[in-house]
Design a protein around this ligand. Structure first.
Ligand code: SF4
Length: 215
């Protein structure tokens, strides 16, 4: 029987350990967007020196991508955190995303294409973190109720073991994390997009909206 791991509890264990050691480790935090990162930054910046990594070549179109980057930077400059938060933008290498998604264009959101999309972004995050001397890497993505936190953590663990860098487990939607991210988005006036990011999720959302309007 498969026992479900509570990844929030795993995170809490690590945070306790860090507090005991009295260190402030360097965390390289992949972020998908400002709203999702808001709660994560509020929470984790009490324990880490954080650098936000904005690597999301999945986002379509380019105007949407640029807007999400600006919102991310705005949040970092306005959010009050115990330790300062830095920002690095990755390469907007959309060819990489489309090559990865090839043959999986019609899989509905939440399926195999998404797992590969998590992996693509986590791999890039781990590579940069390793090259630049970070202690941990992780992603904000588990805050979304639409994302598979179990899969995300399995992928993070696999990459961490392969590369020899620590992955910070998470299930940020737990402990009202998702609700808090909505509150913070309102407080900071953040743009909350209505589709995950890629052209396939955009089309899926528009189709759903059209069907609702027709009903
Ligand atoms: S729906 Fe979201 S997670 Fe899935 S492939 Fe598209 S951008 Fe990536």
């Amino acid at each position: 029987m498969n026992v479900k791991i509570n990844y929030q509890k795993e995170l809490e264990k690590t945070l306790k350990e860090i507090e005991k050691q009295g260190t402030i480790p360097k965390l390289f935090l992949h972020s998908c967007c400002a709203p999702c990162s808001s709660y994560v930054l509020e929470y984790l910046s009490q324990f880490f020196q954080i650098t936000v990594f904005y690597y999301n070549p999945n986002i379509y179109p380019a105007e949407e991508y640029n807007y999400r980057v600006k919102e991310q930077q705005k949040l970092i400059s306005e959010l009050k955190t115990k330790y300062p938060v830095n920002f690095i933008e990755g390469v907007y290498d959309t060819d990489n995303f489309y090559a990865m998604a090839k043959g999986m264009e019609n899989i509905p959101e939440g399926g195999e294409r998404c797992f590969k999309c998590y992996e693509m972004r986590l791999r890039e995050t781990a590579d940069y973190a390793l090259k630049n001397g970070f202690d941990y890497f992780t992603t904000t993505l588990t805050i979304s109720p639409y994302k598979n936190a179990e899969k995300m953590n399995e992928i993070g663990k696999k990459i961490a073991e392969e590369k020899g860098i620590k992955y910070l487990y998470s299930d940020f939607k737990k402990k009202n994390g998702y609700r808090r991210s909505i509150e913070l988005s309102e407080i900071y006036g953040l743009y909350r997009q209505d589709y995950c990011g890629c052209v396939f999720s955009k089309t899926e959302t528009e189709k759903r909206r059209g069907e609702k309007n027709e009903a």
